[in-house]
Design a protein around this ligand. Structure first.
Ligand code: IVH
Length: 668
């Protein structure tokens, strides 16, 4: 292929992948592979100036606004960043900026490059006017209603904020939420999202804000477009100001000058980034001095004062030993790749979901193949490629079983998924009980996969209510069950009886109901009986509940088997929300009517503290406002603390808090 043909092919390919990425949020190739195509195109265009074209996808940012959202014109265009995977190019960047700074040694900030969806928030007279996606950089989609569902994005700013202000950042789906969302989609036979970025993009492009609200999106802000206030002097100062005004601003920001220190900071960030709640695919290095940034300006596409250093995803080759089939909580059969264990991105991978039969056919996977495994970020390992060139003829085709591998019932296809419809299938039962006992549901300490499997196999658990019928005498004869562990387990089970109603609602496994909707349902109906009696219209009156979920909930409570389940759980003494039930919030709760914001490092997970507040009748919100009644500040509290002081909101330590709730000794 001559350069002209290659350039034409590359332009077409890049444009196609751009559409898949930006418009349908369903990319076919990894960012790494895409960047390689784009890089090849740019290099060819550079080497053959006669082939240059202002409309080449190498010159535009990509992505056109969707039809369904109103277009918004950015006041200051949203640019992209130059990116590189090479340390040498990173060093060149630092040297280039130094040269442009005419001798002064410039300082740089190094911050995580969040793998999310770019967003611009426009505030006028301190009120949020619109939120828009990048689109083509000039015009984006108005996604204000969806962005308003994200806790932590301030609706209003302090009066001293500039009259006109565009704040830029990234909307992301936390890694843990992403894993959970995909597990749910898998169960429902929906295609999994390839990575958190796609899940965030897909969520933000939902036309129904109620669906967005349930997805659990979050945001980090790091940049500015229009700014009508008096100029600031550095990027660090800007981030500080964002924090003071209540924005979740970039954290883990490093500062360095000189090639060595910058490269070292980038490398160090690469080592710690796995512990961040969001997915990162690189580090953004930005010149800190804002006046110098203005002097340097930008090219048509990206600023000259910043560069993104991208961490290459780790890949490894291994052998696909077998494909097994897992039966989910709702009976969905999921094929799973059983791999020769291989070390990728910090851990050993021996299994990877293959999602569904079509995925296997599309990839033409055969048992015995050498496959390429990539950890899509650090989240889930995926089989991304097959080395067909290494086949020796001994590979075997895989086909989905005609019967459920767990119970032998005939399976049926629904959508892309095969399902087992036997309600007493042992595998489904196991998964349902595992889910019931899990962290986000009844949170029964110690009752994980292994134990549930053991108890089901021993015939001690044949239904969810059986969990509450377990007795020491039944458990002690089992393997690995000493007196101490039996006592701990029974205590954990007993404790779960008093869990708040939303946990039970999530635990029951009502189709489509997740944590957020379970919380909304508990808040609105207060008792399980009231919820069971609700009509479809009653349910639809809740903002976060749409047609599908309302019908599913209504139907669930009308199934005789489920009515029996509820009756059994009532008999077992679970908190069904009735006011005299154990664990229900007393009417005169310690924190009734209070509105809390949590900040800084607490000694326990935030969600745990938040739940404690809710249990005592309080509310928890993301940012400090006039409505905030208490700020609970842990160590290294920053902007929220300043803001609370400014507004005169009482600030409490964790010890003060425990005294207030009366939980000081129980550590509830
Ligand atoms: S600064 C002129 N900082 O990466 C653009 N961008 O590949 C200035 N991104 O368009 C962007 N984390 O959507 C900046 N800490 C960060 C970022 C970040 C993620 C995104 C952003 C940008 C894209 C470029």
């Amino acid at each position: 292929m001559n350069p002209r043909e290659r350039v034409a092919t590359l332009r077409e390919e890049v444009a196609r992948h751009n559409r898949l990425y930006y418009e349908s949020a369903q990319p076919e190739i990894s960012d790494f592979a895409f960047d390689a195509l784009l890089r090849e195109l740019a290099d060819l265009e550079k080497a053959h100036p006669d082939l240059a074209d202002a409309n080449s996808p190498s010159a535009v940012v990509g992505g056109r606004p969707l039809e369904a959202f109103a277009p918004v014109r950015h006041i200051v265009p949203m640019q992209s960043l130059d990116n590189t995977y090479s340390e040498a190019e990173l060093r060149d960047f630092v040297a280039r900026v130094r040269k442009l700074c005419e001798g002064r040694e410039p300082g740089f900030t190094i911050e995580p490059k969040i793998d999310g969806v770019a967003i611009s928030l426009f505030y006028e007279h301190s009120r949020l006017v619109w939120a828009a996606t990048r689109g083509d950089g000039v015009t984006g989609d108005d996604v204000t209603q969806n962005v308003l569902t994200i806790p932590g994005i301030p609706r209003g700013l302090p009066d001293k904020a500039p009259g006109r202000l565009e704040v830029r950042g990234e909307i992301y789906l936390p890694k843990a939420t992403f894993a959970q969302l995909n597990a749910e989609r898998d169960e429902e036979g929906l295609p999994a999202f390839a990575n958190p970025r796609n899940a965030a993009a897909g969520s933000l492009k939902q036309l129904d804000p109620a669906i967005v609200a349930r997805r659990g999106l979050n945001a980090v802000l790091y940049g500015v477009g229009e700014w009508s206030g008096s100029p600031l002097s550095t990027g660090c100062e800007f981030l500080q100001v964002l924090r003071e005004w209540g924005f979740p601003a970039s954290e883990a920001v490093r500062f360095a000058s000189g090639e060595d220190a910058v490269a070292e900071a980038v490398e160090e960030l690469g080592r710690v980034r796995h512990s961040f709640v969001y997915e990162t695919d690189g580090a953004v290095v930005k010149l800190d001095n804002l006046a110098l940034r203005r002097t340097l300006g930008s090219t048509a596409k990206s600023p000259r004062w910043a560069i993104a250093y991208k961490y290459a995803p780790e890949r490894a080759e291994t052998v696909l030993r077998d494909i097994t089939v897992q039966v989910g909580r709702t009976g969905t059969l999921t094929p799973v790749a059983e791999l020769e264990p291989v070390f990728v991105s910090g851990s050993t991978v021996s299994r990877a979901t293959l999602h569904n039969e079509e995925e296997i056919l599309r990839k033409d996977l055969r048992i015995g193949d050498t496959v390429v495994v990539e950890k899509a970020g650090e989240v889930i390992p995926a089989v991304v490629d097959v080395r067909k060139d290494l086949r020796n003829g001994s590979e075997r085709f895989f086909s989905m079983p005609a019967t459920c591998p767990a119970c032998g019932a005939v399976v049926e296809k629904s959508g892309v998924a095969w399902k087992c419809h036997n309600p007493s299938c042992a595998a489904q039962l196991r998964r349902r009980i595992e889910y019931f006992a899990s962290k986000n549901a009844m949170d029964i300490d110690g009752m994980g996969e292994a134990l549930v499997g053991q108890l089901v196999e021993a015939g001690l658990l044949a239904s969810i209510p059986d969990v509450y019928r377990l007795q020491a005498g039944m458990l002690l004869p089992l393997e690995r069950m000493g007196g101490k562990s039996v006592a701990n387990l029974l205590e954990a089970i007993d404790k779960s009886r008093a869990r708040p109603l939303w946990r039970l609602l999530n635990a029951l496994g009502i189709p489509h109901v997740g944590i957020t909707s379970a919380r909304d349902l508990a808040l609105r109906f207060q008792t399980l009986d009231a919820l069971a009696a609700a009509s479809v219209d009653d349910l639809l009156a809740i903002h976060s509940i749409g047609d599908v979920m309302a019908a599913a909930i209504h139907g669930w409570f009308r199934e005789p088997a489920n009515q029996l389940l509820v009756a059994d759980l009532r008999a077992a003494g679970l908190n069904l929300g009735d006011s005299d039930a154990p664990g229900a919030a007393p009417a005169n709760s310690a924190l009734a009517g209070s509105v809390w914001v949590l900040t800084g490092t607490l000694s326990r997970p935030r969600e745990e503290v938040a739940e404690q507040i809710r249990r005592h009748g309080g509310k928890v919100t993301g940012s400090v406002s006039k409505k905030t009644t208490h700020l609970l500040a842990g160590e290294e509290a920053g902007g929220k603390l300043d803001k609370a002081r400014e507004l005169g909101v009482p600030v409490l330590s964790e010890a003060d808090f425990l005294r207030l709730t009366g939980d000081a000794d129980s550590n509830a």
